[in-house]
Design a protein around this ligand. Structure first.
Ligand SMILES: Cc1cc2nc3c(=O)[nH]c(=O)nc-3n(C[C@H](O)[C@H](O)[C@H](O)COP(=O)(O)O)c2cc1C
Length: 447
């Protein structure tokens, strides 16, 4: 049996293409109708996908009106979805920079209880500069965000560990107690940024700790991910950079004394599928033809910390000097570097770059038949691939839901199943079991 592949469904708007929200093939329901998200989760569960995922941005983004991207609280969405599903993993984003460890630890422990052990936290440090104004703050520098994040994650883990698994006794025999205080401990966490007394006010959750997901990609971010993350989201425009990332992140995890197999690497995949290769390419071209380059310009500007791209001609080849130096940015250094690299390598015009970006925002976008997409998935995950594997699975980003998601669920997944690469039944009841991740012992109650 080959190594099983993991697939997460990344849900955003009515699909990831920036024009998906009003595409004729998009779901007709309101984006505030929870039944839309519940049905998607049920669909993913019927296909035996590992998990669903909601990103989060703590402001109204500047493309909201033209791309239908709104941000209802993802943790609350998961609570609703948990009640109507049984096996699918539930991943929500939570910001270390704009929340307190106690609130977050409590929320995710609660979702883990509500879902019977299916919760995961996508740890972000929030790169969008304008968010700071919603919290009466200045934007925190890239390195400082990660320093704060280190402390934050340590405090959250301690809070989750503050109850032993057997601390909840619920002894109702008369004169009994509901919990064993000797198996619950304060954490007395004292850091530079956070002080947390503990214990948590929620008993230890079914997975011990919800699964930790992260997407750091800069040098500092990779260390953070390699040290903490059990699943890693990552964005690549080429297999080659994905292979480099895979090698590097597994090595960093091993250097931190971790078992690198306990780190599941999931690059984004944004496939436009058609019955034939020509039809798939037409589908992609038709999608990009709907794009408004001015919306793309604004999104690109946000990626580069507000840099002005307005003076650039849409149809002139871009130069590296048209972009600010990625390392000097305090936003998302790695994605900026990815964009500059592809501009340098392929000599794209601004229009071409924006088209590339409109679908996957820097994630791998391709057009092909179901067989070709299955081949690509198999190839990237092949441990014997020349240059090494690029992935343990994928963060699947449907371009338009449901029109361009149906062929993935109905055709690509069954091909992978037939090849023995993807499960036909869930391995277990918790997300940890399905991702092949160990259940961590409490730091305070290791027995
Ligand atoms: C699939 C994926 C999803 C992400 N979701 C979010 C998100 O919801 N909110 C957020 O602020 N950042 C999000 N990020 C950004 C990452 O947290 C991180 O900032 C980014 O990968 C850049 O890392 P770097 O700052 O180390 O370069 C996401 C990244 C990826 C690849």
């Amino acid at each position: 049996m080959p190594k099983p592949i993991h697939i997460n469904l990344f849900i955003q708007s009515r699909g990831h293409h920036e024009t998906a929200w009003d595409h004729p093939g998009a779901d007709k329901r309101s984006l505030m109708d929870i039944s839309y998200y519940v049905d998607l989760a049920k669909r993913a569960e019927a296909a035996k996908l590992d998990s669903i995922f909601f990103a989060d941005v703590l402001m109204m983004t500047n493309d909201a009106m033209e791309s239908g991207r709104f941000w209802p609280d993802p943790v609350i969405m998961l609570a609703a979805i948990a009640m109507q599903t049984e096996r699918i993993g539930l991943i929500a984003t939570g910001s270390c920079t704009y929340s307190e460890p106690y609130n977050l630890a409590r929320q995710f422990a609660s979702i883990d209880h509500i879902s019977g052990g299916r919760a995961a936290w996508n740890i972000v440090t929030t790169w969008v500069e304008a968010v700071a104004a919603n919290y009466g703050r200045e934007h925190t520098a890239h390195g400082d965000r990660y320093e704060m994040g280190e402390e934050y994650v340590a405090a959250v883990k301690d809070l989750w560990d503050s109850w032993a698994d057997d601390a909840l006794v619920d002894d109702r025999s008369g004169g009994g107690v509901s919990g064993d205080l000797s198996r619950i401990t304060p954490i007395d966490f004292k850091g530079e940024y956070y002080q947390v007394k503990g214990p948590l006010n929620v008993p230890r959750s079914p997975q011990g700790r919800p699964v930790l997901v992260q997407a750091g990609a800069s040098d500092r971010g990779r260390d953070f991910a390699a040290l903490h993350a059990e699943a890693i989201f990552t964005a690549h425009l080429e297999k080659e950079t994905a292979q480099e990332f895979y090698r590097d992140i597994k090595k960093r995890a091993a250097d931190f004394g971790r078992n690198a197999q306990q780190v599941v690497v999931l690059p984004g995949l944004n496939p436009v599928i058609g019955g034939t290769e020509a039809e798939a390419k037409e589908n992609l071209m038709a999608l990009n033809a709907r794009m408004d380059p001015e919306v793309g310009r604004r999104t690109l500007s946000q990626r580069f910390a507000g840099h002005d791209f307005d003076h650039l001609d849409l149809d002139q080849p871009l130069k590296v000097s048209d972009f600010p130096e990625p390392e000097g940015l305090e936003t998302m250094k790695s994605r900026a570097a990815l964009i500059v690299r592809i501009v340098d390598k392929e000599g794209l015009t601004l229009r071409e770059l924006l088209a590339r970006f409109a679908g996957g925002r820097g994630h791998y976008t391709t057009a092909g038949t179901p067989e070709q997409i299955a081949d690509l998935i198999q190839d990237w995950c092949d441990p014997d691939s020349a240059g090494g594997p690029a992935a343990d699975g994928f963060n699947y980003m449907p371009p338009v839901i449901p029109a361009l998601m149906d062929p993935f669920i109905d055709e690509v997944v069954p091909i992978l199943q037939k090849r023995g690469l993807f499960r036909t039944e869930y391995e277990g009841e918790t997300l940890r079991e399905n991702l092949g991740l160990d259940r961590p012992a409490s730091r305070f109650f290791p027995d």
